[in-house]
Write a protein that binds this ligand. Structure first.
Ligand code: NAP
Length: 461
């Protein structure tokens, strides 16, 4: 049979797919986990270690040699060793010349050293091609295969070819390389694993502070005031009534705070007559955490829905209903249906349901899996137009809840407005100013400024 026939070719082993040997310095937790994953993906692995004795923990098919011997066997060497031990590499400088060194190290504190670990490695071994990668993946995730949350591997380096070689390995391991540019990005990449919800800090502290304030406010007016003046013990309000007053207030105030920085930004741009000057730092930071503020607001709205649904189950509510029924029976009269109240209560519920629906829609579109599937215009439509509509509906929901009570002196215990009245201040201010901003005489220059026009070009930077 002809050796060149297609059948023979198909059966021949595909030698072009053979992976290159990878060397790993260090047989610690990360070195072993990465080696294990590499062997699974078809890479021959050789370890460089201070001790060449094979232990049970080392992946079965890997070799363990001295650092110098192991380095000679591969073009890529992964340094799975803490930065403070990098000095031991200096005598190996000649062996490591021209090799790709992958720095995977992390630090214990943000900006622990003046330069990143990868830059330090490049300074120690100027003849080698240093690439930063893998530091955001944990040894545990590599070993257990639970990499869903951390499939992204940030890669950076000054040598483009070396970076490509490392990115090919990352892909072969089933991970997603993200090219972050030159080694200058290494410090930022090393800081990633040390950050604790950086965008969530301000929204969380603000929400905690505001909810504590609103809770104490309700406690004073609904429990303490009633006890002092009516001698009624309503301390059980702490469990459901007060939380169900605080949650909607928080949801509304936080939703308004999502749109307030946009209003400030528009006013600043109109005042300066240009978009080319930076906003103050506080405004920049506020704008960056709008999504987080919105998600916390949605969580409060959810809690409000849940608390409202359990209302009929409460013993206090059934006691009040029974007492009213018995009192009507004893007085032998039936209260006529108050049509105005019926309208107010139904409108209040309808506005709340519609507002919550739009609120929920906003939350869904902010999920990466959804926002990645809509274009910029669609995203802006949902977040801006529907967002404002949600704010209008939720504000109206609260106003209708207040109904006639706004003008009733009995609603002002200790001369203080009720909590829902307080909650209306920011949303109403946002909506009124937004309404002014969309007036054609203001919207036109604002749109021009946002398209690059400047009132006084010498002010641009
Ligand atoms: P580890 O378990 O402590 O292992 C470090 C290894 O470095 C040791 O097993 C040892 O290997 C070698 N070593 C220790 N002292 C040395 C010295 N004086 N000279 C030369 N080699 C020395 O640490 P690890 O958790 O594997 O972490 C290694 C690196 O990976 C660190 O920079 C860490 O920041 C980074 N990292 C770790 C994780 C993780 O989840 N663990 C995740 C991302 C990044 P031999 O005994 O074989 O010489």
């Amino acid at each position: 049979m002809d050796n060149n026939s297609p059948n023979i070719m198909a059966l021949a082993p595909n030698t072009s797919n053979k992976r290159e040997t990878v060397c790993i310095f260090g047989t610690g937790d990360f070195g072993r986990a990465l080696g294990h994953k590499m062997i699974q993906s078809g890479y021959p692995v050789v370890y460089g270690s201070r001790s060449t004795q094979i232990s049970n923990l080392i992946p079965k098919d890997a070799e363990v040699l001295s650092h110098a011997e192991a380095a000679q066997k591969a073009a890529i060497i992964i340094i799975a060793i803490q930065r403070q031990h990098y000095n031991f590499l200096t005598p190996l400088a000649e062996t490591l010349r021209g090799k790709v060194l992958v720095d995977i190290s992390n630090n214990l504190k943000l900006n622990q050293y003046p330069e990143s670990n990868a830059e330090y490695l490049a300074q120690l071994l100027p003849g080698s091609r240093v690439v930063k990668a893998f530091n955001t993946v944990s040894a545990w995730a590599l070993q257990s295969g639970t990499l869903d949350a951390s499939r992204q591997v940030f890669v950076c380096g000054d040598d483009v070819e070396a970076k490509q070689m490392v990115m090919n390995i990352v892909r072969a391991l089933g991970l997603t390389p993200i090219d972050k540019g030159t080694l200058l990005a290494a410090q930022e990449i090393e800081n990633y694993p040390l950050q604790l919800f950086p965008m969530w800090k301000f929204p969380i502290f603000l929400s905690l502070g505001l909810s504590a304030f609103f809770f104490c406010y309700c406690l004073a007016l609904d429990v303490i005031h009633t006890y002092v003046y009516e001698k009624n013990d309503f301390s059980f309000f702490i469990a459901v009534t007060i939380p169900n007053r605080v949650c909607p207030v928080m949801a509304l105030v936080l939703l308004a705070l999502v749109y307030l920085p946009g209003i400030f930004a528009a006013i600043i741009q109109l005042y300066r007559g240009t978009k080319y000057r930076r906003f103050p730092d506080w405004l920049d930071k506020w704008m960056l955490c709008r999504k987080q503020l919105g998600l916390i607001a949605l969580a409060f709205a959810f809690l409000h829905v849940l608390f409202t649904l359990v209302f009929p189950l409460r013993s206090f509510i059934s006691w009040r209903t029974r007492t009213q029924t018995v009192s009507q029976a004893l007085n032998n009269r039936t209260e006529p249906l108050n049509n105005t109240n019926a309208w107010l209560s139904d409108s209040y519920l309808a506005l709340g349901i519609l507002g919550f629906f739009l609120f929920f829609l906003l939350g869904i579109t902010s999920l990466p899996s959804v926002s990645n599937n809509v274009n910029w215009r669609e995203f802006r439509f949902v977040q801006s137009k529907l967002g404002y509509l949600a704010l209008i509906l939720c504000t109206a929901h609260t106003m209708v809840y207040g109904g006639k009570w706004f003008l009733n002196p009995a609603a002002y215990k200790w001369y203080l407005p009720d909590i829902y009245m307080l909650s209306l201040v920011i949303p109403c201010a946002v909506l009124v100013v937004k309404f002014v901003l969309i007036l054609p005489c203001i919207d036109k220059p604002l749109t021009q400024i946002r398209q690059g026009w400047e009132r006084n070009p010498k002010h641009s930077e």
